[in-house]
Design a protein around this ligand. Structure first.
Ligand code: HEM
Ligand SMILES: *[C@@H]1O[C@H](CO)[C@@H](O)[C@H](O)[C@H]1NC(C)=O
Ligand SMILES: *[C@@H]1O[C@H](CO)[C@@H](O)[C@H](O)[C@H]1NC(C)=O
Ligand SMILES: *[C@@H]1O[C@H](CO)[C@@H](O)[C@H](O)[C@H]1NC(C)=O
Ligand SMILES: *[C@@H]1O[C@H](CO)[C@@H](O)[C@H](O)[C@H]1NC(C)=O
Ligand SMILES: *[C@@H]1O[C@H](CO)[C@@H](O)[C@H](O)[C@H]1NC(C)=O
Length: 513
């Protein structure tokens, strides 16, 4: 075949074009040779992975956009083994032993640029919050004054802030879905957001009252996390998309939630004599930090509010949905859970201290967090000096981005056994023939491989809130209703993103009373 028909190729007008074409070809070959050379000499060459992934991050970008990133990555681990190269400079590790190394107390394992793009522009300045700040010193400065408000004892004192919303959930479900099926998954999200509204501002958002995402904040939050999950694979893209000062090409950002937070902050600062009716909310805590440190600015307060709002509702909703979905599809599990909760004769809403003491409920919660953690992507960190030596002796040089994915780790057969893909809360309980020592050893191994809430200095700040909410909501719903899946055979749809959200948990609910 003649690629360059001579009649066209030699026309005089085209001489200039030919130079342009040649320059283009030279440029492309230069780039390609550079790619080839850097690939050929890359120290990561010995690690297996999909062919495209070692050349370009676009492979991962495209995979994240499909919504099944976590599922595909797990398949690739099954195919290639524990060390998977998923980018020119990125390794996904499925090695439980390394959890302590990467996510332990050594702050030199810094977050990568992946996180940076979870930022907002305030007064024209890109601003990072607790989650997206990657510099350890700045992160520690941000965290120090507010960490105590999220400690275990402090969170226990905030139980009253969630009680009424949980009662409201039961009454809405009871009156709205009498004798018709209900999307329980959606209502769990409405409730989680209203609880978070009351914890943060002493005012629920009103999703349960309205019965739908009336101000689009929930769907905008989903979209902005989808954006973050994808753009984080190629962070410089963010400069072209979201934060582009000339024209914003990107998808919705956190603007809507920022507006809500700003509105509450402004109102609270104006109402100097604010007195909460019950426990102090987080907005007030964040403002009060200023009493001991007058350097605190309104932007700092706003950033703390935003982190709480972004991280605090969908994560817990995902866990609660997982509990109902998997246990309702495993009738023996659900029956045992139901029996235990009913026998406890809990008040409504279930007091946390009593719900927390139910062993089968605890096993179910842990199993749900294992099989479907609320973060299903790589928790990326840079390897610090002097590099990382893997258990098999292989070496990864400093500057390489590595990470462990809670979803992949949650299904690691070495830790969880051959039935890691099954939902089996019993694995968290002592087996009939198991000695106390063997059980304790097994739990120690399980706990060491639990990355649901991350780890080290970057561990989830809201984990006690999340736990309280999950136990209370599940125990209350099970006590109040007889629950059945509307269609026990239909599977839900999981949209993998930074938070893997689920659609379709249609149930029939019947009040017990
Ligand atoms: C089941 C529920 C939850 C799960 C599974 C979860 C999971 C996580 C994970 C895995 C991280 C670490 C991410 C990383 O290292 O890349 C994280 C960080 C964080 N989470 Fe959660 N989270 C949950 C609920 C909450 C709630 C309710 C709040 C707040 C009210 C919250 C606030 C935060 C904050 C502030 C960070 C950043 C901490 C830091 O970098 O210092 N989370 N969460
Ligand atoms: C959130 O954004 C939507 C769509 O842009 C808008 O209709 C709605 O009023 C916004 N809500 C708030 C509270 O700003
Ligand atoms: C997103 O990450 C890229 C690469 O680190 C960086 O150039 C860009 O400034 C980041 N955007 C924001 C808003 O942090
Ligand atoms: C919000 O919290 C207050 C306690 O500060 C409580 O009295 C109220 O019932 C809560 N509202 C909801 C909807 O949970
Ligand atoms: C406030 O900022 C000033 C100047 O940066 C610093 O010297 C001072 O220690 C800060 N105060 C507190 C309480 O952190
Ligand atoms: C923090 O306190 C200082 C001094 O008391 C005050 O000037 C400043 O406005 C306060 N900032 C906020 C956000 O309340």
């Amino acid at each position: 075949m003649d690629l360059f028909p001579s009649s066209n190729f030699h026309r005089e007008d085209d001489v200039k074009d030919n130079y342009v074409a040649m320059a283009f070809v030279l440029g492309v070959s230069a780039v390609l040779s550079w790619l080839v050379i850097s690939e050929v000499i890359s120290p990561l060459n010995e690690y297996p992975g999909p062919f495209l992934a070692k050349w370009t991050n676009w492979w991962r970008f495209a995979l994240v956009r499909t919504g099944s990133y976590h599922i595909r990555i797990k398949e690739l681990h099954d195919q290639y083994g524990p060390v998977l190269r998923i980018g020119p400079n990125l390794l996904d590790l499925d090695i439980p032993k390394l959890v302590k190394t990467l996510y332990g107390s050594d702050a030199s394992w810094q977050k990568t640029e992946f996180y940076k793009n979870n930022s907002v522009v305030i007064n024209g300045k890109t601003t990072y919050q607790l989650f997206s700040e990657i510099d350890p010193a700045s992160h520690a400065r941000m965290k120090r004054p507010i960490a105590k408000f999220f400690g275990h004892g402090m969170v226990l004192s905030k139980e009253v802030l969630m009680d009424k919303a949980i009662i409201d959930l039961c009454s809405h479900l009871e009156y709205r879905y009498h004798e018709k099926s209900c999307d329980l998954g959606e209502w769990i999200a409405f409730c989680a957001w209203d609880i978070l509204g009351n914890m943060t501002f002493s005012q629920p958002f009103g999703y349960m009252d309205k019965g739908y995402d009336f101000d689009h904040s929930l769907s905008i939050a989903d979209k902005s996390l989808d954006y973050f999950a994808a753009v984080g694979q190629i962070p410089f893209l963010d400069n072209l998309l979201d934060k582009n000062p000339i024209i914003r090409l990107g998808p919705p950002n956190l603007g809507n939630i920022t507006l809500i937070a700003t509105k509450h902050l402004t109102e609270r600062l104006a109402a100097k004599d604010f007195k909460p009716s019950g426990a102090l909310d987080y907005l007030q805590h964040f403002i009060d930090v200023n009493n001991s440190d007058p350097n605190v600015t309104e932007t700092d307060i706003l950033m703390n509010l935003l982190t709480t709002l972004i991280a605090g509702a969908d994560t817990t909703a995902i866990t609660i949905r997982t509990i109902f979905y998997y246990s309702l599809r495993n009738p023996p599990v659900y029956r045992r859970l139901e029996e235990e909760i009913l026998a406890a004769k809990l008040a409504e809403p279930a007091p946390y201290s009593l719900a927390r003491a139910l062993p089968y409920l605890e096993a179910t919660v842990r199993e749900a967090m294992r099989i479907h953690p609320s973060v299903c992507m790589l928790l990326e960190r840079y390897v610090p000096e002097p590099g990382l030596t893997l258990p098999d002796g292989n070496y990864i040089p400093p500057g390489t981005a590595v990470g462990i994915n809670p979803y992949v780790l949650g299904r690691n057969n070495d830790i969880w056994g051959p039935d890691a893909n099954e939902f089996r809360p019993e694995r968290w309980l002592r087996g009939e023939e198991e000695s106390e020592d063997a059980y304790r050893g097994r739990m120690k191994r399980f706990n060491a491989a639990d990355l649901t809430f991350g780890g080290g200095s970057r561990m989830c700040l809201g984990r006690y809130i999340a736990q309280m909410e999950v136990y209370k909501v599940v125990a209350t719903l099970v006590s109040h209703f007889e629950i059945e899946l509307a269609d026990p055979t239909s599977e839900w749809k999981v949209v993998g993103s930074w938070f893997p959200r689920q659609k379709g948990l249609k149930c029939h609910l019947k009040s017990r009373s």
